[in-house]
Design a protein around this ligand. Structure first.
Ligand SMILES: Cc1cc2nc3c(=O)[nH]c(=O)nc-3n(C[C@H](O)[C@H](O)[C@H](O)COP(=O)(O)OP(=O)(O)OC[C@H]3O[C@@H](n4cnc5c(N)ncnc54)[C@H](O)[C@@H]3O)c2cc1C
Ligand code: FES
Ligand code: FES
Length: 471
C-alpha cells in the first residue's frame, strides 16, 4: 500500500510501486492537466511538485512524473497543476498569459508548476533562478523569450516574500490555495507507509535511467526503492573523508554546503547536468549504477579518485572498490548480485587541490555529453603533487586516464608538460563513432577539454594563445 497526499486529497493505493506517478495521476486520479509528451524526462509536460518534510519544514521540488516510480511518492505531497489553482489565475499563470507565454497551451501546465516550485523555495528569488527552474520544460510554440519575461515578472513579485515561511506568504498573496498550510501536519499524520522491497531484484533510485530504458518491465515489479532511504541520503565529513550517500541527488550535491565549500565552482559544473527536475531525481548511486560512459557525476568523482562502498543486502557483507576500477566493460560493473552502492567517499580536498569539469553537448542544458572531462590536481608550490584525469565518451566506460594522471605528478603545469601529457592521453583513449559524434570529433573534444582544464586552473601561467601553439 502506498500512501501520499495528491493535491488536497489523501491517497492509499495498492498500485505497483514501479508503475509511474504520471499514469496514476492521469488514469487513476483522472487529473488530466498533467500532460504526456515524451515519457522520457525531456519535455517537462508532466512536471509536478514533490513536497517532503525535512528537518521540521516542508520542501518542494519539481520532478517529472513520467519517470517517477509511484513508490517514490510515498509519504509525500504531490502537487499537480490542479492543486495550485486558486479562484482566479494564480500569478504565475497570469504572468504567462500577460506576456503571451502560452499559445497551444500543451506545455503550459508544466511551466506553471515548475515556476510555482521556484516561488516556494526558502530563499529570495533571483530572475536567473526563476528562468533556470524551467530548464526542464520545452515549448514548441512561443520561442521562450515571452516565457522568460513571465518568469522575471514572477520573480519581481516575490521581492517581499518571507524566505522563512514561503508557503504562508504565497497563500496570503494568492499564489497558492489555503490548503497548503495544513499539509505539513497532514504529512506527519500520514507517515511513510510503503514497503521498500528489501529482497527485491531491481534497485531503483530516482528512476531517471531505468524508467526510460525498461518502463513496462519496471511497472510490473516490486523494486527495492532507495530514493528516500535516510541512511543513504547524507553528505557529510568523516575521518578526513567526505561521504556522499548513494541516494543523494545531483541537486542535493549541488546545494550541499559542504560540497560547495570544497568546490566553489560546483554550481556552474552541475548546471551542465540535465535539467532542474532531473537533477532533483537522479541520484549518484543511479549515475554509477547505470554505468554510462558519459555519466557526468561519475566523471566528476573520478577526478577526486573516489571510492565506492558496497553492501550486500542479502549477506550484509561490505566492501570498498576504487571508482576507477568499478567499471569493467560497457555497462558491466564489479558488483555482485544483491549488492547495492551505499555511498561514495573521497579525501577532503585541501586548499591546494583544484578541480575543473568540462562538458560538450549539443545543447547547454538537458543534454548528455558528446565528451565530458574532469581533472583534480593537488599542487605543492609550483609542482603538481598528484593529478586525476577522467574522460567520458572516449571508451566503453567512464574513463580514468591512469598513464596521463601519473605522468602529471611531479611536473610543472607548463606547455611542455601539457604537450607530453596530451601525447599519452591520445594513446590511452579509443573513442568510437556514434550518435553523439564521430571518433575524430570526440578525439578533438578530448584534446580541447584537456587543454581547457589547464587554461581554467592556471590562467596566470598558461594563456589561451600559448595553448593554441600546441594545436
Ligand atoms: C532527460 C534526461 C536528461 C539526463 N541528463 C543527464 C546528464 O546531463 N548527465 C548525466 O550524467 N546523466 C543524465 N541523465 C541520466 C540520469 O538522470 C542519471 O544517470 C542519474 O544520475 C540516474 O540516477 P537515478 O537515481 O535516476 O537512476 P535509476 O534510474 O534509479 O537507476 C539507474 C541504474 O542504477 C542502479 N542503481 C540505482 N541506485 C543504485 C544503488 N544505490 N546501488 C546500486 N545500483 C543502483 C539501478 O538499478 C539502475 O540499473 C539524464 C536522464 C534524463 C531522463
Ligand atoms: S512526458 Fe515529457 S518529461 Fe514527462
Ligand atoms: S504553447 Fe504550445 S507547446 Fe508551448
Amino acid at each position: 500500500m502506498i500512501s501520499f497526499i495528491l493535491n488536497d486529497e489523501e491517497i492509499h493505493t495498492a498500485e505497483k510501486p514501479g508503475s509511474t506517478l504520471l499514469d496514476f495521476i492521469r488514469y487513476r486520479a483522472h487529473l488530466t492537466g498533467t500532460k504526456i509528451g515524451c515519457r522520457e524526462g525531456d519535455c517537462g509536460a508532466c512536471t509536478v511538485l514533490e513536497g517532503q518534510l525535512k528537518a521540521g519544514r516542508i520542501e518542494y521540488r519539481s520532478i517529472v512524473s513520467c519517470l517517477t516510480p509511484l513508490g517514490n511518492a510515498a509519504g509525500k505531497h504531490i502537487v499537480t497543476i490542479e492543486g495550485i489553482c486558486t479562484a482566479d489565475l494564480n500569478p504565475a499563470q497570469q504572468a504567462l498569459a500577460d506576456h503571451e507565454g502560452t499559445q497551444c497551451g500543451f506545455c503550459t501546465p508544466g511551466f506553471v508548476v515548475a515556476l510555482t516550485g521556484h516561488t516556494m523555495e526558502y530563499q529570495p528569488s533571483e530572475p536567473e533562478a526563476a528562468i533556470e527552474s524551467m530548464s526542464g520544460n520545452i515549448c514548441r510554440c512561443t520561442g521562450y523569450k515571452s516565457i522568460e519575461r513571465a518568469a522575471i515578472t514572477v520573480s519581481n513579485m516575490l521581492k517581499t516574500k518571507n524566505p522563512d515561511n514561503p508557503i504562508g506568504w504565497l497563500v496570503s498573496q494568492g499564489f497558492l490555495p489555503a490548503y497548503f498550510t495544513a499539509i505539513p501536519e497532514r504529512l506527519k499524520a500520514l507517515g511513510k507507509k510503503t514497503d521498500t522491497g528489501v529482497a527485491a531484484k531491481t534497485v531503483i533510485g530516482g528512476g531517471t535511467d531505468l524508467l526510460v530504458q525498461r518502463p513496462d518491465e519496471i511497472a510490473e515489479t516490486e523494486p527495492m526503492l532507495l530514493f528516500d532511504r535516510k541512511d543513504l541520503k547524507d553528505i557529510l565529513e568523516e575521518n578526513g573523508h567526505c561521504i556522499v550517500g548513494s541516494a543523494a541527488t545531483a541537486q542535493d550535491i549541488m546545494q550541499s554546503t559542504l560540497m560547495r565549500a570544497y568546490f566553489p565552482r560546483l554550481k556552474a559544473f552541475f548546471f551542465l547536468v540535465s535539467s532542474e527536475p532531473i537533477r532533483n531525481m537522479g541520484t549518484i548511486g543511479g549515475n554509477i549504477g547505470n554505468a554510462s560512459p558519459i555519466a557526468d557525476l561519475v566523471i566528476f568523482f573520478l577526478a577526486l579518485d573516489a571510492k565506492v562502498h558496497l553492501q550486500n543486502t542479502r549477506t550484509d557483507e561490505k566492501r570498498i572498490v576504487p571508482l576507477r576500477k568499478f567499471f569493467l566493460d560497457y555497462k558491466k560493473l564489479d558488483k555482485q548480485p544483491g549488492e547495492i552502492i551505499r555511498n561514495i567517499s573521497f579525501p577532503i580536498p585541501d586548499k591546494n587541490t583544484h578541480l575543473n569539469f568540462e562538458k560538450v553537448s549539443k545543447r547547454t542544458t538537458l543534454d548528455i555529453a558528446s565528451v565530458n572531462s574532469a581533472i583534480g590536481i593537488n599542487m605543492q608550490g609550483d609542482i603538481i603533487h598528484n593529478a586525476h584525469v577522467a574522460l567520458g565518451g572516449v571508451a566503453p566506460v567512464p574513463f580514468y586516464l591512469e598513464k596521463t594522471s601519473s605522468f602529471l605528478a611531479g611536473r610543472k603545469p607548463d606547455l611542455d608538460t601539457i604537450r607530453e601529457a596530451y601525447g599519452l592521453l591520445a594513446g590511452e583513449i579509443a573513442p568510437i563513432s556514434d550518435i553523439r559524434g564521430s571518433k575524430e570529433y570526440k578525439s578533438l573534444l578530448a584534446r580541447q577539454l584537456f587543454f581547457a582544464h589547464f587554461a581554467e586552473l592556471f590562467p596566470k601561467k598558461i594563456c589561451d594563445r600559448e595553448l593554441l601553439k600546441l594545436l
